[in-house]
Design a protein around this ligand. Structure first.
Ligand code: BDR
Ligand code: CA
Length: 306
């Protein structure tokens, strides 16, 4: 059975690749893309989402624009990781389409029906706004698979991952909503590095593959300079991959709370791995991944796009 998915994102190199993976995979049907401010400002992330659909010749997938700032905080972007455009590297086709009318928070609520999986790959602002404006969504949405957070490390502060840190209040609202959330965090995304051999295979495939290779050129350079990684984690694509094939990422059921008031640990996803608090399990956290199978899936699927 095909799983309908909605991707709420801030493209972003890995968000773009996540969208392409969904479009290339028969196990899922991408019903809509919503945009949020995160890696770059909202105008840029929206433009980038439209460009990615243009690249894949899938402009019939609706794009809805969401929040231009976190719920309570000033927006922090990641231009150092994704460049000024948010998708630096390739020359992507100019969008020929526009976003649909309406706010992402309202359209997500309209598009969510039983069976739909919501895959946020950016700060959780739109999802939190949706829950605030449309509390009835809780009864229809049985699953969120979010790329963000971490059990054991941070990439924006020592304690926090980028998507969690940009809007911790939104993350707290989503994890406290009662909707089961699967957290695909840095603990697993950092285990699967997309390297230049993957990029070279895609460079000689279709138009989308070539664009992904050029995205990877930029993204790999950052990860080499910043982390001395011999490749780049394609974080957001792993969340989509987990919906496509749930055997790729191993998860554990646990309680996850979000720190919103701390000098050093703001935005930390506090994972009670050993149930020391006795708080109810509200999430699944990724703890391991079959990296080779994930990367092979990614290359094969993106390479199959014409
Ligand atoms: C997350 O932060 C963003 O820069 C990426 O797109 C990904 O969603 C990784 O920490
Ligand atoms: Ca992202």
């Amino acid at each position: 059975m095909t799983i309908p998915v909605l991707i709420d994102c801030d493209p972003g190199h890995d968000d773009a690749i996540a969208i392409l993976l969904a479009l290339a995979s028969p196990e899922v049907e991408l019903r809509g893309v919503t945009t949020v401010a995160g890696n770059q400002t909202l105008d840029k992330t929206t433009r980038n989402a439209l460009k990615v659909l243009e690249l894949a010749d899938r402009t019939e997938v609706p794009v809805a624009v969401g929040a231009d700032a976190p719920l309570k905080r000033t927006l922090r972007t990641a231009a150092n990781v994704h460049g000024e455009s948010g998708l630096d590297g390739p020359d992507l086709p100019e969008p020929t389409t526009k976003p649909v009318d309406g706010h992402a928070a309202d359209l997500l609520a309209e598009w969510i029906e039983p069976g739909v999986v919501l895959v946020p790959t950016g700060p959780l602002t739109n999802v939190a706004l949706m829950l605030e404006r449309h509390p009835d969504v809780r009864d229809r949405l049985d699953r969120i698979v979010w790329m963000g957070g971490a059990i054991g490390e941070g990439n924006t502060t020592p304690a926090a991952e980028f998507n969690a840190l940009v809007d911790p209040e939104a993350a707290a609202a989503v994890f406290g909503s009662g909707i089961p959330v699967t957290m695909i965090g840095l603990d697993v995304t950092h285990l699967a590095l997309f390297d230049s051999s993957h990029a070279e295979r895609l460079r000689v495939s279709g138009r989308a593959g070539k664009a992904v290779a050029e995205l990877a050129d930029f993204f790999l350079r950052f990860h080499r300079q910043r982390y001395a990684f011999d490749g780049a984690p394609i974080h957001d694509a792993m969340a989509v991959a987990h919906v496509i094939d749930p055997t790729l990422v191993e998860t554990i059921a646990c309680n996850i709370s979000i720190e919103t008031q701390s000098q050093f640990c703001d935005g930390r996803t506090v994972v009670d791995r050993w149930s020391v608090t006795g708080l109810p399990e509200n999430a699944e956290a990724g703890v391991d991944v079959d990296a080779e199978r994930f990367l092979e899936l990614l290359v094969a699927r993106i390479g199959s796009l014409s």
